[in-house]
Design a protein around this ligand. Structure first.
Ligand code: FAD
Ligand code: NAG
Ligand code: NAG
Ligand code: NAG
Ligand code: NAG
Ligand code: NAG
Ligand code: NAG
Ligand code: NAG
Ligand code: NAG
Length: 524
């Protein structure tokens, strides 16, 4: 911390220029401010990309994970600062604030609505992908992870040191820990260990004054807010300290698919009754999609994909006892190491070297739209029939139902900003993926996704209609219904009763609303 203290002193000597209104006119002053602030041993010039730089597009696009926001029409940043040192983050905050420029903070770039690198106002992208070191302390079962590290790098790094440790986080290895953790972070160990945020014990954050704070110096309120409330409303996360969790040397995965003709409705009915009450070692995710039936026409395919923190025999005994309608058999079960299970979710065959987890760039890119919902009571068979009909009509939008319960129900709704705890049996993700460019194609998929979400209204939570922050959805609050400001709507849907506390903390730590984006925590 000594070096950051010295840095602080040097920051204080920056002349405070009067704040100008946000526009591209401020860019020369902003750049000058950065170059004046640079520390000799960590020149910031190497981190700055303006549109004139031949690498500008590559640097921008290398962390765009939705082709919808990679079009010529997509608004581009005025400048990208791809920080190579913590001081670059500090100076970007100070200089952007001084010169009235908004910033967008990006770690892994998976935001479903591109809010980490797109805006309709003039903005600077502060990219953390180069700050990606991971330091694992197996003896103490902890790790420090920088915001730009991916989940794949973290999982690989843990497994490289221990075959009985892991961390509960998302299924997709290219997610950045910066955005993923601060939005909650769930994965296949959620029922046993909760969310990523439930296992974070410290953090380093650059605040609105450019100071580097840790848990002690930021205080428990701010530390609470960044664990699920979206840190981009409060500061820039540099790194997280996490508690590792225990995993068995051998875990078991399976994927069982059934169509309506093969009894899917009955199995889905039973899944709803049992999935959130099963042994915490078992997570069975249900995927639903409309597919061609073998005999012609359309049907629904239900895919049950699971991670079990144990071996096949105990798994079969469990499903036989609690979920007999699934008809799980020994031949469906594949035993492997925990780290290998991260390949299974992407249908990568067992035996593939796990260093594929170190690939930061996905194999292919798609256009996509996501939405979410929470379900608190099982949907009766007549309801399922209504849903199947809607899905078959809409055809191009699938769903993933993720079971809750277990550890998720034990953690109080106010322990972190993430409020969807006891009482939820599962979360729905709506998903549309497509490959063709064009505004009409896009509008069609957006419309279809909203149509399915609308058709689900009778079966899901209401007042508020709860939604998961990490499944960012710009539709929430974007209607004049009820006359509420958008923030009052997305604030309640994402955070329920925790929203007021987030607004209160925002008021204290960022009273001028510097850390702003299209769905940030507002001032009161
Ligand atoms: C293919 C795919 C699979 C997914 N699977 C899962 C899953 O299994 N579980 C799950 O929970 N979610 C999942 N998600 C959602 C994912 O967790 C969120 O999109 C998450 O925000 C991504 O983090 P990121 O750093 O990659 O994204 P970014 O786009 O970089 O950031 C997302 C948000 O966090 C903010 N942010 C990023 N870094 C920082 C920082 N250092 N400090 C402050 N604010 C920051 C951004 O400004 C933005 O608001 C998935 C998304 C995709 C595209
Ligand atoms: C682009 O920016 C990078 C980083 O600041 C710099 O190293 C590089 O020399 C620049 N290239 C050009 C062609 O300006
Ligand atoms: C790790 O644990 C040991 C023993 O409990 C302790 O002495 C040490 O300070 C810890 N190290 C860190 C980095 O916390
Ligand atoms: C794996 O572990 C070895 C030995 O501890 C270490 O040298 C190496 O850097 C580690 N690799 C990664 C990617 O963590
Ligand atoms: C489903 O059938 C239609 C024709 O009815 C065909 O165009 C389409 O490619 C089929 N889809 C799949 C996934 O086989
Ligand atoms: C499943 O349960 C049935 C009886 O309910 C029993 O006969 C059978 O042996 C069990 N199978 C397993 C794998 O436990
Ligand atoms: C898109 O839809 C509009 C309105 O229906 C139509 O006028 C236009 O021709 C379509 N564009 C393309 C490229 O299909
Ligand atoms: C949206 O989709 C629904 C269902 O397919 C359709 O009836 C409606 O016409 C579509 N609306 C628009 C604006 O495309
Ligand atoms: C909100 O909806 C309006 C009308 O449908 C649309 O024009 C606008 O682009 C939407 N805003 C966002 C941020 O999506």
């Amino acid at each position: 911390m000594a070096s950051s203290f010295a840095l602080l002193l040097s920051l204080l000597s920056i002349p405070l220029l009067s704040v100008s209104s946000a526009s591209s006119d401020s860019v020369p002053d902003f750049l000058q401010c950065l170059s004046h602030s640079s520390l000799p041993s960590y020149p910031i010039s190497e981190a700055i990309y303006t549109p004139q730089n031949s690498s500008f597009s590559d640097v921008l696009q290398s962390y765009i994970r939705n082709l919808r926001f990679m079009t010529p029409e997509t608004p581009k940043p005025l400048v990208i600062v791809a920080a190579k040192h913590e001081s670059h983050v500090q100076f970007t905050v100070i200089c952007a604030k001084t010169h009235g420029l908004e910033i967008r903070i990006r770690s892994g770039g998976h935001d479903y609505e591109g809010l980490s690198y797109v805006s309709s106002v003039p903005f600077v992208v502060l990219d953390l992908s180069n700050l990606r070191s991971i330091s694992i302390d197996i003896a103490n079962e902890t790790a420090w992870v920088q915001a730009g590290a991916t989940l794949g790098e973290l999982y690989y790094g843990i497994a490289n040191e221990s075959n009985v440790h892991g961390f509960p986080a998302g299924l997709c290895p290219t997610l950045g820990t910066g955005g993923h953790f601060t939005g909650g972070g769930y994965g296949a160990m959620m029922r046993k260990y909760g969310l990523s945020v439930d296992n974070i014990v410290d953090a380093q954050l650059v605040d609105v004054n450019g100071r580097i704070l840790d848990r002690e110096s930021m205080g428990e309120d701010l530390f609470w807010a960044i664990r699920g409330g979206g840190a981009a409303s409060f500061g820039v996360v540099l790194s997280w300290k996490i508690n590792l969790v225990r995993v068995p040397e051998t875990v078991t995965v399976f994927k069982v698919e059934r169509t309506l003709e093969e009894g899917a409705t009955e199995i889905v009915s039973q899944w709803q009754e049992v999935a959130s009450n099963l042994d915490e070692d078992l997570f069975i995710r249900l995927g639903l999609s409309s597919v061609n039936a073998t005999g012609g026409g359309k049907t629904i395919k239900a895919s049950f994909s699971a991670l079990f923190l144990g071996q096949t025999d105990r798994l079969l005994a469990l499903t036989n006892e609690s979920f007999p309608k699934l008809g799980l058999q020994k031949k469906d079960c594949i035993e492997m190491r925990w780290v290998e299970s991260h390949l299974f979710w992407f249908d990568i065959p067992k035996g593939t070297p796990v260093d594929v987890l170190l690939n930061r760039i996905p194999k292919f890119q798609i256009y996509l739209k996501r939405k979410s919902d929470y379900v608190k009571k099982p949907i009766p068979v007549e309801g399922l029939e209504v849903i199947w009909k809607a899905m078959i009509e809409i055809e191009k939008v699938g769903m993933a139902w993720n079971p809750y319960g277990g550890r998720m129900s034990e953690i109080p709704a106010s322990a972190t900003p993430f409020p969807h705890r006891a009482g939820n049996i599962f979360k729905i993700q709506y998903s549309a993926n497509w490959q063709e460019a064009g505004i009409n194609v896009t509008n069609n998929y957006l419309n279809l996704t909203r149509e399915l979400h609308k058709a689900m209204t009778p079966f899901v939570s209401n007042s508020p209609r709860e939604a998961f922050l990490n499944y960012r959805d710009i539709d929430i609050g974007n209607s004049t219904e009820g006359g509420f400001p958008a923030a009052a709507v997305y604030g309640k849907d994402y955070f329920k009763d925790n929203f007021e506390r987030l607004v209160h903390i925002k008021t204290i730590v960022d009273p001028d609303n510097f850390f702003v984006h299209e769905q940030s925590i507002p001032l009161p």
